[in-house]
Design a protein around this ligand. Structure first.
Ligand SMILES: Cc1ncc(COP(=O)(O)O)c(C=O)c1O
Length: 384
């Protein structure tokens, strides 16, 4: 169809002209804080494996054991025969740990967010979201029949004003930790303004495992319990998938009506087995969070004098550059020096706010961070 070809070629050309084309990279593996590419090991500052579980021998072994016990795949969607006792055990463990009655598993955080919002919201409802919420939440809001309103990032007074407007069936959604800025949502204040006015949901993709006692996440740290908690497994759990935790009736409803649950092959049981093990590792291996805290202090000591430094108390460290080309140039030059960083550019972040998104993992050493700081400082001095 000429119309498709024309549209596709125009969109690709425009992306290229704007310097926004992204390349799909095929590396040769990530292992303990290093990324292998064309035979070279780079210090890896681009992942979300905050606790270093993804390549830990213990978790790899747990998945291997899961494969031996359960086979390779689930073979069906959950409502047919894809759901097994190990999936059930994982949900039970998450609920006991995080204080919920029940939950539903999904194959990704993206599908968990979309499925939950699509299943819950009808045309008469109002979805109220933080402006910087993840694309999965924003897109669900745009595609759902509900009215969507957005409050200014972390601005509880704005949220309160919106909620005072007699909105019909409001559902408030925020993240626990924002993925591009590394800042935390004011969850206590959000809980207060939502009280008796709105249901609220927290996507704690970047907070679970990292914050709170035994890694119970942003909500535990803030001492709040949203009506719906989304826990994703692709970050601190070192695996992939997600769980939506909530009241039993809501979980029953999602299990019945969330289309990404009903019509998609269930997560492999071996993965559920590994996730159960990861849940135990997160709770019992406090040393990983202690190490992250030490590395965050090293980051602050090394970077705080550099222009572009942004203080956060999470392992996500945005380093603001401004123009996309400059961020790309810096990432390339840092790569030449053995550091793997990703330049984050619009449309992921607003125009003029391109950045290096530096993420820390318990697999890093203090020397890794000091070395990156020195390299970045030199490049900035050279005017790269
Ligand atoms: C806040 C947030 N929610 C959801 C997702 C999607 O999770 P997944 O990668 O499991 O699809 C991401 C992914 O980066 C995220 O940052």
């Amino acid at each position: 169809m000429p119309a498709f070809s024309h549209r596709i070629s125009q969109a690709l050309t425009q992306r290229d002209e704007q310097g926004l084309t992204r390349k799909l990279l095929a590396h040769q593996g990530v292992h303990q804080g290093k990324l292998l590419h064309h035979g070279q090991a780079y210090v890896h500052f681009s992942g979300n494996d905050y606790l270093g579980l993804a390549s830990s021998a213990e978790l790899v072994q747990a998945w291997q054991q899961g494969l031996t016990l359960w086979g390779a795949g689930s073979g069906a969607s959950p409502m047919v025969t894809g759901f097994s006792s190990i999936h059930q055990e994982l949900i039970r463990e998450l609920c006991d740990w995080l204080g919920y009655e029940d939950g539903v598993l999904f194959n990704s955080g993206f599908s968990a967010n979309q499925a939950t919002l699509f299943a819950l919201l009808e045309a008469t409802d109002t979805l109220v979201q933080d402006k910087l919420n993840h694309a999965s939440l924003m897109e669900a809001g745009m595609l759902s029949q509900a009215t969507m309103k957005r409050f200014k990032h972390n601005d509880v007074a704005h949220l309160d004003r919106l909620l005072s407007d007699n909105l019909c069936n409001p559902l408030v959604v925020t993240e626990g930790v924002f993925s591009m800025d590394g800042d935390k949502a004011p969850l206590q204040s959000i809980a207060t303004v939502c009280q008796n006015k709105a249901w609220w949901m927290v996507d704690d993709a970047h907070g679970i495992g990292v914050h709170g006692d035994m890694g119970a996440g942003s909500c535990a740290l803030a001492g709040v319990k949203p009506d719906i908690l989304v826990v994703t497994f692709g970050k601190a759990f070192g695996l992939s998938g997600a769980a939506v935790l909530t009241r039993r009736d809501v979980a029953d409803y999602l299990a019945q009506f969330a289309r990404h649950h009903v019509y998609s092959t269930a997560m492999p049981p071996a993965q559920a087995h590994a996730l159960l093990h990861a849940t135990h590792m997160i709770q019992t291996q406090q040393w990983r969070r202690d190490r992250l805290a030490t590395l965050q202090q090293v980051y602050h000591d090394t970077f705080h004098r550099l222009p572009g430094y942004v203080a956060t108390d999470t392992p996500i460290k945005p380093f603001l550059i401004g123009e996309s080309e400059c961020a790309l140039r810096l990432a390339t030059r840092l790569r030449e020096r053995g550091y793997w960083l990703t330049a984050i550019r619009p449309p992921t972040v607003p125009q003029g706010m391109a950045r290096l998104r530096i993420t820390l993992t318990a697999d890093h050493s203090p020397q890794d961070i000091v070395g990156l700081g020195r390299a970045l400082e030199q490049l900035l001095e050279e005017g790269v």
